[in-house]
Design a protein around this ligand. Structure first.
Ligand code: NAP
Length: 509
């Protein structure tokens, strides 16, 4: 039965690709320190893959060992004769390696004895009948079945989870590449034999393989059969701060949930295809999505205007989807509420207090649209400045605001100025969308940019004596509202704020 397999404590396996036995042994100890349960010794990465090296490696390894010597034809580094490779694996088995990984194209009679991981690799990216491949591997009755194929989309990663779940033997199915991360991170949920990770990003042994630290940050130790799954659908997705912020909140409240980066290609068809696959797999327990550029409009179209609030309809975009147990979809826009909250909190007013206040909005993109819609709702007097005047004009007409060219910014006079452009964002941190003299006429300056947390614009605004508000607060508050929508629990704001600050400090790019 699915999920009921022998040996179902899923191992976090450090795949080690060092060039010498001493380096490999050192890496084994590091893997143990970093919380790995098992190591895969990639013998094909050794400069001299010979029996003498094995004796050193297998005398007293700190963790159970998988011995692998991948030939070039299956994506590995071993270039020598096949007989030498198989002899090495036989010796590894004799010396006590717990598992031997052997490719399914090796004739059964040539395979080493011992606990065999029978593996199949496909880097072509072409879809195939993976179920048939799994069936064929399982029919040969190895100790463990392993399939690794290149994921074109998150749907492939969902399929990988299904294959593990349906396999009668202990199994690992890894969808390689950024789109496949879900299959690696959720291995425990589906009772896989294990999932591979590297000691560092540079030492990954397969595309999309995460580091041990990243796997732990994706709540590896807490994932089980009932874990609810959330994630951010974006392209690209590697830079997203959201997994760090949401997983820190799940940790704080001890919830059985995980939040993953989900690479969904930019088109509306790709977004729809992804949601179709999620809804067709209720066993995945996916309960919510954050949606970023360019999928905010696609998400609104998919959920349907009737299932979102009036302001989200006016903005024309949502950033949050809640998925019910039966697959019902609801949409929310937490960006505008977070922007309002951040601003009003800093000013010590309720949103109604924005009525008649003069606000200069710099920019006319997606964030500006959410900010302008919210300000217009509370009857602020809005002037939009943008590099491309026609975009400012279009937005202004829609929400009853005024439009001005960006050239008018130095002469602007507003009580509140909100930057919704990307000017000043990392790495061009010395730039500012407005000069000091214009800021001297303001009372409050809000920069929606969160990286860096204090932009050049905010530094100048501080010099000018203004109250300043950073984009980090808006980001954390939009995430906090999402968390509350999904979990019905108060979000741990300070923990989320700290997780965001730590993530930015650790990796500002
Ligand atoms: P967007 O839709 O691409 O809009 C970008 C805006 O910036 C446009 O108005 C664009 O003007 C303007 N712009 C870009 N480069 C410029 C330049 N060199 N000089 C003058 N204007 C320039 O992007 P978005 O999604 O609205 O995001 C805008 C910013 O908001 C991002 O940079 C990000 O830092 C911030 N943000 C914050 C949060 C948060 O939660 N705090 C969330 C998302 C985004 P044109 O119309 O002339 O191209």
């Amino acid at each position: 039965m699915a999920g009921m397999k022998p040996n179902c404590a899923t191992a976090l396996i450090a795949s080690l690709t060092e060039a010498t036995p001493p380096a490999m042994l050192m890496a084994c100890r590091q893997a143990a320190d970093q919380g790995a349960d098992m190591v895969e010794l990639r013998l094909d990465s050794l400069e001299h893959p010979i029996a003498a090296a094995l004796a050193q490696l297998l005398s007293q390894p700190p963790l159970p060992v998988i011995a692998t010597c991948r030939p070039v034809r299956q994506g590995g580094f071993f270039k020598g004769p096949e007989e030498q490779r198989l002899a090495l694996l036989r010796e590894a088995s004799r010396l006590g390696a717990n598992y031997i990984d052997i490719e399914d194209d090796v004739p059964p009679g040539d395979r080493p004895r011992g606990q065999i991981i029978l593996s199949h690799h496909d880097f072509s990216g072409q879809p195939r009948d993976w179920q048939a491949v799994m069936k064929n591997l399982a029919a040969q009755k190895p100790a463990v079945v392993k399939l690794a194929f290149t994921a074109g989309t998150c749907q492939d990663a969902i399929e990988a989870c299904r294959l593990v779940r349906d396999c009668p033997l202990p199994a690992m199915v890894l969808a390689m590449g950024e789109a496949g991360i879900l299959s690696r991170a959720l291995a425990r949920k589906f009772g896989a034999f294990g999932s591979f990770a590297s000691l560092s990003a540079e030492r990954a042994s397969a595309p999309g393989q995460l580091t041990l630290t990243q796997m732990k940050q994706l709540r590896w130790d807490h994932i089980g059969p009932a874990t609810k799954v959330y994630g951010v659908a974006a392209c690209p997705v590697g830079h997203s701060m959201s997994p760090a912020v949401h997983n820190a909140a799940f940790d704080e409240l001890g919830l059985d949930a995980v939040y993953l980066p989900l690479r969904v290609e930019p088109s509306e068809e790709a977004f729809d295809g992804f949601l179709d696959a999620v809804l067709a797999a209720p066993w995945l327990d996916m309960r919510g999505l954050s949606v970023t550029v360019p999928h905010k409009e696609h998400a609104l179209a998919r959920v349907g205007p009737a299932k979102v609030d009036e302001l989200s309809r006016a903005i024309g975009a949502i950033n949050t989807v809640r998925i019910g147990r039966g697959g019902e979809l609801e949409g929310f826009n937490t960006d505008y509420a977070a922007a309002l909250e951040s601003l009003c909190q800093a000013m010590g007013i309720e949103p109604a207090g924005l009525a008649d206040k003069s606000v200069g909005v710099l920019g006319a993109g997606g964030v500006a649209r959410a900010v302008v819609a919210a300000l217009a709702h509370y009857q602020a007097r809005i002037t939009i400045y943008n590099r491309t005047p026609s975009r400012a004009q279009e937005l202004a007409e829609r929400f009853g605001a005024q439009a001005c060219p960006a050239g008018d910014i130095p002469a602007m006079e507003h009580e509140i100025v909100i930057n919704c452009t990307s000017v000043g964002m990392h790495p061009r941190v010395s730039e500012t969308p407005a000069p000091l003299e214009a800021l001297r006429r303001c009372r409050v300056v809000f920069d929606t940019i969160y990286n860096p947390p204090t932009t050049r614009l905010l530094e100048l605004a501080r010099q000018a004596g203004c109250t300043i508000v950073g984009g980090l607060e808006m980001f954390v508050r939009q995430a906090a509202r999402q968390f509350e929508i999904w979990t019905d629990r108060p979000a741990p704001l300070p923990v989320m704020r700290q997780a965001m600050a730590d993530r930015l400090e650790a990796n500002p790019s």
